[in-house]
Design a protein around this ligand. Sequence first.
Ligand code: XMP
Length: 510
Amino acid sequence: RILIIDYGSQFTQLIARRIREERVYCEIHPPTRSLEWIREWAPKGIVLSGGPSSVYGEDVPTADPQLLHMGIPVLGVCYGMQLITHLEGGVVERGRREYGRAHVTVEEGTGIFDGFPAGERTQVWMSHGDHVVQPPPGYRLLASTEGLPWAAFAANDRPIYGVQFHLEVAHTTRGADMIGNFVFRVCGCEPTWTAGSYIENEIAKIRSTVGDAQVICGLSGGVDSSVAASLVHRAIGEQLTCIFVDTGLLRAGERESVERTFRAHMGIKLEVVDASDLFLDRLAGVEDPEAKRKIIGHTFIDVFEDASARLGGDAQFLVQGTLYPDVIESLSVKGPSATIKTHHNVGGLKEDMKFALIEPLRELFKDEVRQVGRELGLPEEMVGRHPFPGPGLAIRVLGAVDRRELEVLRQADTIYLEEIRSAGLYDDIWQAFAVLLPVRSVGVMGDERTYENVCALRAVTSRDGMTADWYPFPHDVLARISTRIINEVAGINRVCYDISSKPPATIEWE
Ligand code: XMP
């Protein structure tokens, strides 16, 4: 397995994805991990990510110089390369920022450039302020660009590599080849990371953690919690009880469809709790998105504690379908990256909660979760569902949430998804939903003036929710959706389509 040390780049998660795509396991950890910790973790290779710092800055994240002398191969990307340079006695210069496409010429087709003929020109993606002007003694040139003499280097006597460009982004045309070379040829990893091997490992871990204790699982009906529940069920069977909470923030028909699928398909014990009054009362008048997320996270735990007490009171563990991006984007284990949103199942939990958490998907990206779900035999209609966030419609009715607005949004959302399905586009889209804006606009219907809310439609394509593009709907589909929503939903007189990518926007509006 490969250890990725995160110096705060927005692209660090992509490095992890690319390595996992080679079917090699990897994890992201902060720069504060000690050498002993690393030795014990026993990676076959280490990647030092990019980051916003400058090696000559004050209080910047660094590494123990011995890291480069442990006999473990190291690949430094951007800041990682500058850090290697700095630690090993080379010179980094603050200079002209460079952002975007560039072409490197490969000087030597070895190591990470194995299989690249010398002299090959290939497109790469640059995003940096500083760059290496003089490599450390004992390092040689592997690739350069016109403006950048040291675009990639390697140590002569150890498997240490540095690249100034971002080999993890899709714009670096042969980035996957370079990553493959690093993990297989340089580090000697085997491509053994599969859904099947993951399931086996997790089952063993869950059994040994849980023993014969009782476990409850918060089920939302979404892909993540369904897969988590099914995995834990496979491990401990009847010790698991799933609890589906009707938060009052669900989409139309959601509760019924989850009950049906779980009882019919999966034979898992299921308790349905209607806590909609509690959630909506606590949310009344609260406008701030982070405050809403925290309230919802806490209320979930209160409801689980309550339900567990009613069910006999001895559940010690709570299963959640937390994914890797939730972990990365929420708090963090991780040091320098900023908190984007407190995903309720990571940052929004109560500190004095009485359950220990089991998060069997915590290391996975969404598409990997789907693979695990398929491997576990879950029905396609469940595995292929669009993601639905834990805070539900509360983060799609912008600002303060009330029952009337939730109902308006529910109707618009139902029409939107119906039309997407009937146009045969559901599976082309990563996630589609309607958002109710706290803005009213003037319209005319019949001969009457209307003054009602605006509804925004969002649909994105994505691989893992970390980055996303807006979906280019055929105009006739958009026209049909808009006509139906405005005609059929009382309370909405205008529909807009959201054409923002992530970044710089996020997928949800709050
Ligand atoms: P953003 O809006 O951060 O969303 O671009 C990325 C993905 O995560 C989902 N999301 C959540 N899922 N709890 C969840 O379980 C949350 O608090 C939460 N917030 C966002 C979002 O729907 C998208 O798929």
